[in-house]
Design a protein around this ligand. Structure first.
Ligand code: SF4
Length: 406
């Protein structure tokens, strides 16, 4: 399986109220960071990664568009000199409309970036202000159009719903504006309240009221309906793409391909083990200048974690989770698993497969895959929890024991 490469650029012009990704606003530290990153690239070229073919490269953050085209060009040269990439490698870069110099956009294309993802979040200025984004709706449109002028033929756009004060009508306006611009890829995220963020503190102090669950549900369904009608394929719970424009990089995370993450706080996975870097730029730089890799910790995935990952990642996707992999991991035959799910959710057989619970209609079982219906996507967390409660340690071990005896 071809690998993915992620580079975390840990700088932002200012911090958004909801974000818990690691970044600093001390932009004077960009040059020392790049020097450290180049060292990390050299140190990461061990026998495992040296033998991988990378099909994707993703520059995320933080705000990669704070780097100049020259920075990006040098970085890509160092990466291409170090690792082996497929000839048609997907090279994505995130851009914040408030930290994107329009004259730089053609330079990114020339440097080799072939996919630009723009953090629009909303086309309503009052919502952008609440989120403490540093751009307006007009800035986002200008960024999208500059990218088109620079001949980017693969554009992504991130949007957020469930913002306090957002109405269904304002969300529909954001969606309609997005669709008019026709980016090849659109991601819809419900606003989350992460504990380390100012948004969480404001919520705890009672200064912010969360969006009503029913309204958030309606917004999600409105997004699915509008984007599908506009020709976008809903291929993952939060992701939509025009035909042929799924994010290859994100698919690496969902299908358990190996991926290497470089930069502070970046995560890596080699198929068996996960590890992650320190999330502090000062410590990151110091460790690298001492000649070591800046790894904070690592973990081997145990059987239960691998089963959980199979369910959590699989059910997010249109193709669902593989029951063949389920059998390989658990030793429990798919028919038994389906049987248990039928008891848990109730089911009706409609010939092609099972539709669990005629009322809830949440899961389908088709060609060795288990998938969530649109209704099921709305209950993703609950359904995963229900499956995990079936997949408790005793049950899997019990099945394993029985299987070994036969
Ligand atoms: S610009 Fe992006 S990475 Fe930076 S704080 Fe805002 S959401 Fe987080």
């Amino acid at each position: 399986m071809a690998a993915g490469l992620y580079i975390h650029i840990p700088f932002c012009r200012s911090r958004c109220i909801y974000c818990d990704f690691y970044s600093t606003t001390r932009l004077a530290r960009i040059e020392p960071f790049l020097a450290a990153l180049h060292r990390e690239i050299g140190l990461s070229n061990d026998s495992f990664w040296h033998n991988q073919h990378f099909a994707t490269l993703y520059l995320g953050g933080g705000t990669p568009s704070l780097l100049s085209p020259e920075h990006i060009s040098t970085l890509l040269s160092v990466l291409f000199d170090t690792f082996t990439f497929d000839s048609n490698v997907e090279i994505s870069m995130e851009a914040n409309p408030g930290a994107l110099f329009m004259q730089n956009v053609p330079g990114y294309k020339k440097a080799g970036v072939n996919r630009l993802t723009i953090g629009v979040q909303s086309f309503e200025d009052n919502e952008l202000k609440f989120l403490q984004r540093i751009h307006s709706s007009a800035d986002a449109l200008a960024a999208l159009r500059a990218a088109r002028r620079a001949a980017f033929d693969s554009l992504g756009m991130d949007l957020i719903f469930g913002i306090p004060g957002q109405s269904l009508a304002s969300w529909q306006h954001t969606l309609a504006t997005a669709v008019r611009e026709r980016p090849e890829h659109i991601s819809l995220y419900g606003l989350t309240y992460e504990q380390s963020t100012p948004l969480w503190s404001r919520y705890e102090r009672g200064e912010v009221s969360k969006c009503e669950e029913e309204l958030e549900r309606e917004m999600f369904l409105a997004g699915i309906g509008l984007l599908k009608e506009a020709g976008y394929e809903h291929y993952e719970i939060s992701n939509f793409a025009l035909p042929g424009f799924r994010s290859k990089h994100n698919q690496k995370y969902w299908d358990s391909s190996p991926f290497l993450g470089l930069g502070p706080s970046a995560h890596s996975f080699d198929g068996v083990k996960r590890w992650w870097n320190v999330d502090d730029l000062t410590v990151y730089t110091k460790i690298l200048f001492d000649g070591e890799r800046p790894i904070e910790d690592e973990e081997d995935l145990g059987l239960l974690e691998r089963i959980e990952e199979l369910v959590l990642l699989g059910l997010r996707r249109k193709e669902g989770m593989s029951l063949v992999e389920w059998e390989e991991l658990t030793g429990v035959v798919a028919a038994q698993f389906i049987d248990l799910l039928q008891h848990r959710f109730g089911a009706v057989d409609r010939g092609e497969g099972f539709f669990f619970s005629p009322a809830a209609n949440v899961l389908t079982h088709y060609k060795n895959r288990l998938c969530l219906t649109q209704q099921g996507l709305l209950l993703y967390n609950t359904i995963c929890e229900n499956i995990f409660s079936l997949v408790n340690k005793e049950l899997v071990n019990d099945w394993r024991d029985r299987k070994n005896k036969f």
